[in-house]
Design a protein around this ligand. Structure first.
Ligand SMILES: [Zn+2]
Ligand SMILES: [Zn+2]
Length: 319
């Protein structure tokens, strides 16, 4: 009997990535602009609308500053080989000597934000930040990176953090992906050694279901086991929490080994997700998870630790 039809081989998609790339470096030209657009889209009608609009202005200022920076100076291949051999980050946030582009970026952000509507405490902090000399800006940045900032400069942390994000993202963007290798522990960014602010689960063809941790400082993303604590690397005691009836795109991955949580974001549910924007806009989830006994694994420059009640916007009276 003759069969109708025929079988044909499926075309082989040579663009498909069977194994996801180890890391995705940030694109400085679009990173902060995309974040600003995401924040602006999340703001209308949000319980934290004034705060999200203020963060939008900061991301726009970061984007505006990108084109004004002198070219950063990358480490040599010897340094990169040294780091790889010891499973160390290539631009360790605590050891890397920032070049003049950091201060230039900090000043550009302050200038870009001049004239932006903001609450009086933020305006005062911005004036103090802009008034610092170069050495004082560098010293503040060191304290912020070490989480050793003083009580009187808490309101400046978000401006210093924005400048540090800008500097490290622009440096990371200059690297070659081949310059990156996993560091120990695997939960730390291979570029700068920071913890992840959140993770994303990819939806794109070829990397669907792959999970990437998103650096809280340089904005690099690196591939990571799907069910594993983003803080202590435990694979035991992991659970996922979200708000009943809330968005399925944002969950808290909780770990009972270290009693911390990190947000996990699903691009399949929402393709426009930005790790920083969506982390901050899902603050109600932080509050519930904190009340249930887990602490935030990675601090945010844009949140102020508030003891047992979780973290709060530093300018919650904004607007
Ligand atoms: Zn990093
Ligand atoms: Zn853990």
């Amino acid at each position: 009997m003759a069969l109708k039809g025929k079988i044909v081989p499926e075309p082989v998609d040579i663009g498909q990535i069977a194994v996801p790339p180890f890391a995705q470096l940030p694109d400085a030209a679009t990173l902060f602009e995309s974040r600003a657009e995401r924040l602006a889209a999340l703001a209308p009608g949000h319980a934290l609308e004034p705060y999200l609009r203020f963060l939008t202005a900061i991301a726009r200022a970061q984007h505006g500053a990108v084109g004004q920076l002198p070219a950063g100076t990358l480490p040599g291949k010897d340094h990169i080989a040294f780091c790889h051999a010891r499973e160390l980050p290539v631009l360790d946030r605590l050891a890397w000597k920032r070049d003049a582009s950091f201060v230039a970026g900090a000043r550009a952000i302050a200038t870009e934000l001049t004239g932006t509507a903001m609450p009086e405490p933020a305006a005062q902090a911005l004036a103090a930040f802009a008034g610092r000399d170069d050495a004082s800006l560098e010293a503040l940045a060191d304290r912020v990176l070490r989480e050793e900032h003083q009580d009187g400069e808490v309101a400046e942390v978000l401006f210093a953090g924005a400048a540090l994000e800008l500097h490290f993202a622009c440096m990371a963007a200059l690297l070659d992906p081949a310059d990156l290798a996993p560091v120990e522990p695997r939960s730390l960014c291979p570029v700068c050694g920071s913890l992840a602010i959140a993770s994303v689960v990819e939806a794109a063809h070829g990397r669907q279901g792959a999970r990437f941790l998103c650096c809280s400082l340089c904005q690099t993303r690196w591939n990571y086991t799907r069910i594993q604590c983003a803080h202590c690397v435990s694979t035991k005691g992991i659970a996922y929490q979200n708000i009943e009836g809330g968005s399925k795109a944002v969950r808290a991955e909780t770990c009972n080994e270290c009693r911390t949580y990190t947000k996990i974001l699903y691009l399949e549910e929402d393709a426009d997700i930005d790790p920083v924007a969506d982390d901050l806009a899902s603050l109600p989830l932080d509050i519930l998870v904190s009340e249930a006994g887990w602490a935030r694994a990675c601090p945010s420059f844009y949140l102020m630790p508030d003891g047992d009640d979780g973290d709060l916007p530093p300018l919650s009276s904004a607007g």
